[in-house]
Design a protein around this ligand. Structure first.
Ligand code: ADP
Ligand code: F6P
Length: 319
């Protein structure tokens, strides 16, 4: 192993830069030549890459987004597109590749590992926290802090006007963001794709809160479960509550990474490079409890990450 390339792909997440910094600096410290590929698989297909040295990744730890940019690249899903990419990697004499991204990006990574001579290690980075095998993906913690901070602000105005706020979070088909944000803000109800929504029970919950003297109600809805507007309409009709909808949107993907994400990214980045140096390939480095480990990408991609429904029950009990 002599030359290692790194790319970020799919939806960005806070902490990707900390991971880039760690991969590059750890690699350089082990005598590797490190290359940064721009715009994920798109830049790879365009041979858009440059050598990165220790000082090239200075001052990026605290920055949100990714200095390597990211993209969604349809061409990479096609055999012919990938064959071109393998030629480019061969001409560049790249023998290791670190892919930082979500499950889609890891799908691309396993194909590179299986179809070329390049060894590949994936690093889970996605605000959705929907990747099997790791307790946390890079970016989830920062995203949750953003969501919680925003819900806290909405509570202020909800209380003043005695309104119900329906807050829609991201997460694609996974309810993790809504579940944890709902629990940690003491929101009245959480609507997630993993649990069938019961509008009658939801309305009863809001009404019983009102009876207890609550002056605001927050319902957190995961984008994959229902439209926040649909939930608002149901609740307004059944409870007579005046409602407002807030769709948090892409603000959830931005911001300076939290300490947790900086630490996770720094640890996973170094671990990914060490795994390549040790001759490993077609794996994802991950966090289980407080320890790092790794898992074959086949298993990661073929297994659905289950949400801890116990947290949903707890949120319901406590709210
Ligand atoms: P994320 O990595 O955040 O889940 P996407 O699902 O959009 O984001 O995937 C990012 C990119 O990974 C895609 O645009 C594509 O280039 C690549 N990719 C996704 N799925 C595959 C696949 N089945 N085969 C090859 N490449 C893929
Ligand atoms: O996967 C991360 C994510 O932010 C999802 O939560 C969301 O559904 C999607 O990406 C949004 O994608 P885009 O940036 O293309 O709008």
């Amino acid at each position: 192993m002599k030359r290692i390339a790194i790319l970020t792909s799919g939806g960005d997440s806070p902490g990707m830069n900390a991971a880039i910094r760690s991969v590059v600096r750890y690699g350089v410290s082990k005598g590797m030549e490190m290359y940064g590929i721009m715009r994920g698989y798109t830049g790879l297909l365009e041979d858009d890459m440059m050598q990165l040295n220790f000082s090239d990744v200075g001052g990026i730890m605290e920055k949100g987004g990714t200095i390597l940019k990211t993209a969604r690249c349809e061409e990479f899903k096609v055999d012919r597109g990938r064959i071109e990419a393998y030629e480019i990697l061969k001409n560049r004499k790249i023998d290791g590749l670190v892919v930082i991204g979500g499950d889609g990006s890891l799908n691309g990574a396993t194909l590179v590992a299986n179809e070329s001579n390049v060894k590949v290690v994936g690093i889970p980075a996605s605000i959705d926290n929907d990747i099997y095998g790791t307790d946390m993906c890079i970016g989830v913690d920062t995203c949750l802090n953003t969501v919680v901070e925003n819900i806290q602000k909405l509570k202020d105005t909800a209380s003043s006007h005695e309104r119900a706020f329906i807050v829609e979070t991201m997460g694609r088909n996974c309810g993790y963001i809504a579940l944890v944000a709902g629990l940690t803000t003491g929101s009245e109800a959480i609507v997630i794709p993993e649990v069938k929504v019961d509008y009658q029970a939801l309305s009863d919950k809001l009404l019983s809160g009102k009876k207890r003297g609550k002056v605001n109600s927050i319902v957190v809805v995961a984008e994959g479960a229902a439209s926040a507007y649909t939930v608002a309409r149901h609740l307004e009709n059944r409870t007579g509550y005046e409602t407002r909808v807030t769709i948090l949107g892409h603000v959830q993907r931005g911001g300076s990474p939290s300490v947790f994400d900086r630490l996770l990214a720094s640890r996973l980045g170094a671990n990914a490079v060490q795994s390549l140096i040790d001759g490993k390939s077609n794996i994802m480095v991950d966090l289980k409890g407080s320890k790092l480990s790794s898992l074959g990408l086949d298993e990661v991609l073929q297994t659905k990450k289950e949400l801890d429904i116990g947290l949903y029950d707890l949120a319901n009990t406590l709210s």
